[in-house]
Design a protein around this ligand. Structure first.
Ligand code: PHE
Length: 350
């Protein structure tokens, strides 16, 4: 939110259809479900659990994340709109299941209009648990198919491969700095290491960082150092807003591609990256692997077909990079324009 702007002002500015704030005194749940757009179909977006400095920050994040989902599904060509749910609570809370249950019972009221799954702080097991209370929670039964985190990692890897290729490099020998090695970042690190990339990583959870570094042979740095690592590709896979004006000064990478949603603090930062010659793969394209799991969940594609579709993110990005270069536009600007045209066409048709 900009100074003096309320959450509702922000929702109006970003064009949300509906924002639901949940306060459940029995469980202590405080959450928000932000439906940004159903122009292309039922609104889809993960459920995130994270402790915010204030509930207003949680609402603001849900609003921006849900808008990013509208772009993600539209760009990927899915017949879904964009949404996101945020539970404002520490994901390690001992009573977290009570919160998830209370939240899922409200989600039930939105069945048919809202489809959701895991996200930061909400695991596949949590999604399975919540699916007892509402069919809006998409999950593959254990062992049935590709899991959303794995698909997200496969998609980011395809994006990194595209960025590398644009730089005249390949995955073997590519130096990649990974910020965040949780469900997605950890899987990405293992895949990149297997492909012969040289990794540097950091995570606010030091135990996790050490374990993944040991497993992948990566160099370990502190969370304060990761953005300034000299590398070919920087891969943000944690919170949003990390590439801000200050970070931009520190950057020593040639490209940025990760799973973090809304990694840029503003569009101006994105423009500046482009001026600096840093290739930025739009997050709503690179991180689409998770939501593409719906193709499997809903029976449109089988497991192998879904993986192939996610791997196609490489070609999508290569095409975008080339078109943007021809136009002299930052790739994220061109991709945004393409999405906005698609949404406008859907709105005028509907
Ligand atoms: N959390 C995923 C994302 O941010 C979206 C998702 C929704 C994944 C539903 C699985 C199921 O893109």
């Amino acid at each position: 939110m900009t100074l003096g702007e309320t959450a509702l002002d922000l929702a109006a500015r970003l064009g949300h259809e509906r924002v639901i704030v949940i306060h459940d005194p029995r469980s202590g749940l405080r959450s928000v479900i932000a439906i940004h757009s159903s122009a292309l179909g039922p609104a889809v977006g993960g459920t995130r659990m994270r402790a915010y400095p204030s509930f207003d920050d949680a609402v603001s994040d849900a609003l921006q994340l849900s808008r990013a989902m509208t772009y993600k599904t539209a760009y990927a060509g899915l017949a879904f709109g964009g949404a996101k749910a945020v539970i404002d609570a520490d994901s390690a809370r001992p009573d977290r299941r009570a919160l998830l249950e209370a939240h899922a019972r409200v989600v039930r009221e939105l069945e048919g209009r809202f489809v959701t799954g895991g996200d930061m702080g909400v695991s596949i097991d949590d999604v399975r648990f919540m699916s007892q209370f509402s069919r809006a929670f998409e999950h593959a039964p254990a062992g049935a198919g590709p899991d959303a985190s794995d698909l997200t990692a496969i998609g980011v890897m395809a994006g990194i491969d595209a960025a590398a290729s644009r730089l005249g490099l390949e995955l073997r020998g590519l130096s990649v700095a990974i910020q965040g090695v949780g469900e997605v970042g950890g899987r990405l690190a293992r895949r990149l290491a297997a492909a012969g990339a040289r990794l540097t990583l950091a995570d606010v959870a030091t135990g996790r960082a050490k374990a993944v570094a040991a497993e992948t042979g990566a160099d370990l740095v502190t969370p304060e150092e990761i953005l300034g690592v000299v590398c070919d590709v920087l891969s943000p896979n944690a919170a949003g807003g990390v590439i801000d004006d200050r970070a931009r000064e520190e950057l020593r990478c040639r490209a940025i591609c990760g799973a973090a949603n809304n990694p840029l603090s503003s569009a101006e930062v994105g423009e500046e990256l482009d001026r600096l010659g840093i290739l930025y793969a739009p997050d709503f394209i690179a991180s689409a692997g998770g939501v593409l799991s719906l193709l499997f969940e809903q029976g449109t594609l089988d497991a192998a077909g879904t993986v192939r579709r996610v791997e196609r993110i490489r070609d999508d990005l290569l095409e975008l990079f080339a078109a943007a270069a021809r136009e002299g536009t930052p790739p994220f600007r061109l991709a945004e324009r393409q999405v906005e045209a698609k949404l406008a066409a859907a709105r005028s048709a509907g």
